[in-house]
Design a binder for this molecule. Sequence first.
Ligand code: PLP
Length: 465
Amino acid sequence: MGTPHPPAPRVSLASGPEGRHALRPLLDTVLGALDSGRAARGGPLPAGGPEAVAARVRAAAGVVLPEYGEPDALRALVHALAEGAADPADPLCAAHLHCPPLAVAVAADLAAAVLNPSLDSWDQAPAASALEALVTRALARTAGCADAVVTTGGTESNHLALLLAREKRGSGLRLVHGANAHHSLPRAAWLLGLPAPVRVPAPTGTLDPAALAETLTALTGPGAPRTPLLVAATAGTTDAGLIDPLPDIAALCAAHGARLHIDAAHGGGLLFSDRHRHLLTGLDAAHTITLDLHKLGWQPVAAGLLAVRRGGDLDALRHRADYLNADDDTEAGLPDLLGRSLRTTRRPDILKIAVTLKTLGRAGLGALVDEVCSHARTLADLVEDHPGLELRGRPVISTVLFRPAGAPDDAVAAVRRRLLTDGRAVLGRARLDGRLWLKATLLNPRTRPDDLAALLKLVEGTTPR
Ligand SMILES: *Cc1c(COP(=O)(O)O)cnc(C)c1O
């Protein structure tokens, strides 16, 4: 007789016949802890700054891997996370492209977690892979494209766009991007070992076509080496929500034989709106388009896409692994999924997207887009009418840049940090025109004009005079 083993703990599975009965009380625990955590927080962000938050998390976590399990862990840790959350559902949490997710999308994501399909092979995800094929193509078509792959967000989409361009045009590919482009673009060039990107000035916050023309002429003119070029334009800059002059940029790319990528991680959601879609005119000239439905799409993270103009444009991602897509399996009719991502194991993020599209419809999503754009105009009006505040410019999407009039940059930065530390408001920051601005990115359709007035009052009350 050896040493007796400790009894196996009683665990329940989320799926199978017991799943529903196991999950129901756990969901009640989660919903209760989310509420109690939110109440304990009492604002958009926990008060007290990083040390106070970390101390509360340490206290709630206790021993991270105890010898024997603690059944209260779910309640305690969810409460701690909710208490210490930056809550995008609070109207005063408006720093980043960090949206409050729709309840229906989160409910769908629960089903995705329960069923746990993995989209690297058909035998792990028969229906999920068929749904992904349908929905990615339908979404791609709304952007004038043929197909799209699901990604973890704009960063991975931009990376893939550069990879596909390199595979088409060669390893000497040179990225040309505006100074306003997302940092993930030059980083992707670095990651892929491409030549150093060319950065074109964007003095007003959008890519200047005259400067781009000059750059492309210098790179492609007589005497210049034949360098394959990829121009990246932005539809919805992260800092200011501005849209590059897409038709002008597309014409320059055509004239100079450059490939065009449009990073619409932020602005892509405007496609749903009858009122705002015209802002994306020229989008369909792109070879690849980055979209991100965890921004203007109200999805829980992650919900990124990279759309490609033609069906075969994804062929460069084809890959074989005998255990996932053996040739004889593919010949016998099993769909080959491995080429639809660089990842292997991959969650069905498409389910929450599909459920959202169908539940709200294009018009419903468009109405949400219109709503947040209208909030931004209201906030801009309030700033313009306020003698102590300066507005950088009228919002194009739902980002508003403003600052206390006459304040030095370090005072502007201090206002933001004071509000964060007190847990009273979450504003972002952006450096444009050589000055530091406070950034409000309005993505909460529930925000009311009173909330926006309260936000400005907080800024006013925090500004040293
Ligand atoms: C947010 C953003 C990205 C990065 O997207 P992630 O989902 O955070 O990876 C890329 N480009 C632009 C313009 C963005 O706003």
